[in-house]
Design a binder for this molecule. Structure first.
Ligand SMILES: NC(=O)C1=CN([C@@H]2O[C@H](COP(=O)(O)OP(=O)(O)OC[C@H]3O[C@@H](n4cnc5c(N)ncnc54)[C@H](O)[C@@H]3O)[C@@H](O)[C@H]2O)C=CC1
Ligand SMILES: O=C(O)[C@@H]1CCC=N1
Length: 269
């Protein structure tokens, strides 16, 4: 079945998904989106040629609704949608932390909910979308969700109890790599390189390392050992990373992200 899909809340991730679906060949006739501000609606219309409608119109017209507002705005959106949502619609939430039960309690009885945690590399078809079904979601609903997210990267099904951890690793994951690139570019400046050259060197090192990680099948320890020559440069850098507790910092950082995802799911602002 060709679904009509609406993105509700077309901000950074909503727009990334919308653009990905268009790149993947979805007809703009089968897509629509919603926006809070008139200028934003106009920009989306002009950029993608999709209909920008109200949330209520989207609930009535689309088979699948992707809810991509902030967790803190979800309750208001569900209040608006619920009286107008036919029970055969598939609701996909991209919100961090918010459990499928939150939607099930606020939407008409039996509405299937699928929780998905994508990440921004969907913009370059290298996303990861982590998928869990709520209590009314069938295999068919999960397949419908995968049909949307697979063309823009990989998908992985997990039990919903693992979604907060997946959010910490994968949803937020790209940000950690950008942060590392930023910090290592600063190091290049300290070492006397021009910023643009430092940036290019680090970005290419990141791309090369990422492709090797993905394609070689080797464990990251093996790949790192191959770079680390006896009495060489790399081991001097690794010693500093260990001295400064970078591994422990990363573990603590991802634990904090997981905890924040949990908090968002329990209605903290
Ligand atoms: N940015 C990211 O990398 C990722 C974000 N997410 C999730 O996606 C959701 C959105 O995050 P971002 O795109 O970063 O935020 P954002 O702030 O860029 O986008 C949210 C959009 O929703 C709109 N909005 C709010 N209430 C609305 C309503 N009632 N009707 C229509 N539009 C409404 C806002 O105007 C805004 O454009 C969050 O729940 C977040 O947890 C999930 C995975 C990755
Ligand atoms: O920072 C956030 O809360 C969102 C969810 C995952 C990535 N960005």
């Amino acid at each position: 079945m060709q679904q009509r899909v609406a993105v509700l809340g077309t901000g950074k991730i909503g727009e990334a998904l919308l653009s990905g679906m268009i790149r993947a060949g979805w007809s703009t006739d089968d897509l629509m989106c919603t926006a809070r501000r008139a200028e934003r609606a106009e920009a989306l219309r002009a950029r993608y040629g999709v209909e920008v409608v109200s949330n209520i119109e989207a609930a009535k017209a689309a088979d699948t609704l992707i809810l991509a507002v902030k967790p803190q705005d979800m309750s208001t959106l569900l209040e608006e949608l619920s009286p107008h949502l036919p029970a055969d619609r598939l609701v996909i939430s991209a919100a961090a932390g918010v459990p499928s039960a939150f939607f099930e309690e606020r939407l008409p009885a039996g509405v299937p909910v699928v929780r998905v945690m994508p990440n921004t590399p969907v913009l370059v078809d290298e996303g990861m979308s982590v998928i869990s079904g709520g209590s009314h979601a069938t295999e068919d609903h999960l397949l419908r969700a995968e049909a949307i997210f697979k063309p823009v990267g990989k998908t992985l099904r997990v039990p919903e109890s693992q979604q907060d951890a997946a959010t910490a690793l994968s949803g937020s994951g790209p940000a950690y790599f950008y942060y590392l690139v930023e910090a290592m570019t600063d190091a290049g400046i300290l070492l006397g390189l021009p910023r643009d050259k430092a940036h290019d060197l680090i970005v290419q090192a990141a791309i090369g390392a990422a492709v090797m990680l993905r394609d070689s099948g080797e464990h990251p320890v093996k790949l790192r050992e191959a770079v680390t020559s006896p009495a060489g440069t790399t081991i001097s850098a690794i010693r500093e990373l260990e001295k400064h507790g970078v591994r422990a910092a990363l573990i603590a950082a991802l634990e904090a992200a997981r905890d924040r995802s949990r908090e968002l799911g329990t209605g903290h602002s």
